[in-house]
Design a protein around this ligand. Sequence first.
Ligand code: SAM
Length: 346
Amino acid sequence: MKYLILQNPGHNRVYYNLADQLALAELQIAAEKMQSEVSTVEVELIEGVRYLSLETTELLTDSDLEIVSRLSFVFAIFQQEEDSNCLKPIRKNEYEFVDQKISSLLKYHGKTNELFTKMMVNVGLLASDFNHNETITLLDPVAGKGTTLYEALVYGFDAYGIEMETGAVHEAATFFKKYLETEKFKHNADERRIAGTNKNNEIQIRDFEFAKTKEAFKSGEGIKRIGMITGNAAEAYTYFKKPKFNLIVGDLPYGIYHGNKSFESRSGATRNPSELLEECLPQWMKVLKKGGTIVLAWNSFVVSPKKLSEIFESNGFSVLKEGPYTKFQHMVDKSIKRDIIVAKKV
Ligand SMILES: C[S@@+](CC[C@H](N)C(=O)[O-])C[C@H]1O[C@@H](n2cnc3c(N)ncnc32)[C@H](O)[C@@H]1O
């Protein structure tokens, strides 16, 4: 069987001339997790239009179609009839707990692109020992105003963020509360101390529990959770105290717009990703479940992929650095060559 996938037109704007390379890498990683045997994954031009093609020995199973439908670049899926250019549209099998538009509503300087964020969440889950019909809990330890948390919520995951800038957490929590009210979710919003012993050292979490209906909220089974902590990523274990997360996904500070002076002077940390990771990984290892993955985006002009891998490995992680995992590097602007690292707790 041969399937052809049209890429979301927005993909070119995010990755310029590398849009097909990144889509191909995501599809190859997905192919490894599919039930169907996949023989070829490649980029193909038909009458001047670019598709991603996927050849399988049998029809895609429902679960495989769910995997393909969730990929960040997928706009439309077709099955190609044998020996012809006739394309039969295949309905996407997309599960959305909340509408995808949630992560595009807040606009601000320094926001991580939504499609790129979705891709990181997908790669993390595909590379982990878990899959999308399990209960998944995700942490973004450098959460900004929450793009990763909203992308996780689209998939129905519980999600927690740590962010050191009080203003960002406040804005994200205000936005999210308004969202729950506007969309008429049954919800509880709470603000409480998660660490620290007094007013001077306390760490606050803004916690939301919500469900689509009163009945689902009451039964407890339909409840989702989002939590936003104003704190330090390096203290993740102090806040969560157990291996709570299937996935850790984040876009590390680039040292250009996002750096925070007050934090640097408070802790002596720098914006260099390698120093931040040296400080954080021991705690992230403790909050990640076995079989879980970490996916982080960083500026590879500042630290090389090799150096970053060494830091992960010296902290006991297994880094995925073969094949498609090496194909995510792309220019964002003159000073940022963005890449992602995928590491697993085995
Ligand atoms: C690239 S931004 C993330 C943007 C986010 N993905 C979004 O779309 O809103 C990185 C964030 O990490 C935060 N940060 C840097 N070091 C941190 C630390 N040690 N603990 C918590 N947050 C940190 C910065 O304040 C910044 O908001």
